[in-house]
Design a protein around this ligand. Structure first.
Ligand SMILES: Nc1ncnc2c1ncn2[C@@H]1O[C@H](COP(=O)(O)OP(=O)(O)OP(=O)(O)O)[C@@H](O)[C@H]1O
Ligand SMILES: [Mg+2]
Length: 284
């Protein structure tokens, strides 16, 4: 299958001041090209979904933005610097499964760790910086709507409650870019939509660009600015209604793909080996 990447509307995220730009980028792992010729721009404070089937290289894209994986070709700029340089201004939620039910750490401590994790020493109790930290921790917990359960052990919370606290942890240091790898995994549809609404609000209130890896666009489509769709060794970036079309996806996959509009207005993608839009938990 030929690799390709196209930015369908490259003018919307001007390169100057963009959160992320990739130009002709490729990643190779153990001698295998995961994707190549990827060019895309993520504008400041934009909410972008990263879509595509299992193994397409979505987590690889997130790791390349973090500078954890080197590019084999092309160039990338992340918050105006080489990937890896501006790490302190990026919030990252890795792809994961929930906490063990025996996990005793409280939500509020988990969020606090997002502040302490990068520091030399922890401020003394009662010090002004400790008070500022506590205020910021309370602020992000409030922002994600977790105030009522943040003092309970995290292992006792539901998957959706845990995800909100993990998003709060990734946000607590006021990042300019938030990378969320499948934060909706294991959430029911109403909770997926609620977290997407929350992320939309975070983009606006905290002026942070968000890349959110997801498998089902339907619960989140109304909140998104753009999508990056990875498949067939390439990527396409654009507005959701431009990318999720039979023509564009067929071009990307190099195979006939049909995008169906169900009567409940859901989009269903058929024809690829694994349909990422069909509901059901592939991790189950
Ligand atoms: N460290 C590694 N070494 C070699 N190959 C790897 C490594 N990490 C990932 N891969 C391969 O790269 C490809 C892309 O993996 P990646 O995790 O980015 O996919 P993904 O789109 O995030 O999939 P999923 O939806 O299952 O999370 C896969 O074929 C995977 O096996
Ligand atoms: Mg992944």
């Amino acid at each position: 299958m030929t690799a390709m990447a196209t930015s369908l509307r490259p003018d919307t995220g001007s390169r100057k001041g963009a959160a992320v730009t990739f130009d002709g980028a490729a990643v190779r792992l153990r001698g295998r090209t995961i994707w190549s010729d990827v060019s895309l721009t993520v504008a400041e404070a934009a909410f972008v979904a990263v879509l595509g089937p299992n193994g397409a290289g979505k987590s690889t894209l997130i790791k390349a933005i973090l500078g954890l994986l080197p590019l084999a070709a092309g160039t990338a700029s992340v918050l105006g610097r080489q990937p890896g340089v501006a790490k302190g201004r990026i919030g990252y939620l890795p792809q994961r499964h929930g906490f063990d039910s025996g996990t005793r750490i409280r939500g509020v401590d988990l969020v606090q760790l997002g502040l302490d994790g990068t520091r030399w020493g922890i401020p003394l109790p009662g010090s002004p910086s400790r008070k500022r930290d506590a205020a910021r921790v309370a602020e992000v917990i409030e922002l994600v709507g977790a105030t009522t359960y943040a003092r309970r052990p995290i292992g006792e919370l539901s998957g959706g409650e845990q995800q909100r606290l993990l998003i709060a942890q990734a946000l607590v240091r006021r990042p300019r870019l938030l990378l969320l790898d499948e934060p909706l995994d294991s959430l029911d549809l109403p909770n997926q939509a609620a977290v997407a609404a929350l992320v939309r609000r975070i983009c606006e209130e905290e002026q942070v660009a968000v890349l959110l890896v997801a498998h089902d666009i339907n619960p989140i489509i109304g909140y998104l600015d753009r999508v990056i769709y990875l498949a067939g060794g390439g990527a396409i970036e654009g507005a959701p209604e431009e990318v999720i079309t039979s023509e564009t996806l067929s071009r990307l996959y190099g195979a006939p793909i049909e995008v169906l509009h169900a009567s409940d207005s859901r989009l269903v993608v058929v024809g690829q080996p694994e349909a990422p839009f069909v509901h059901g938990d592939r991790h189950a």
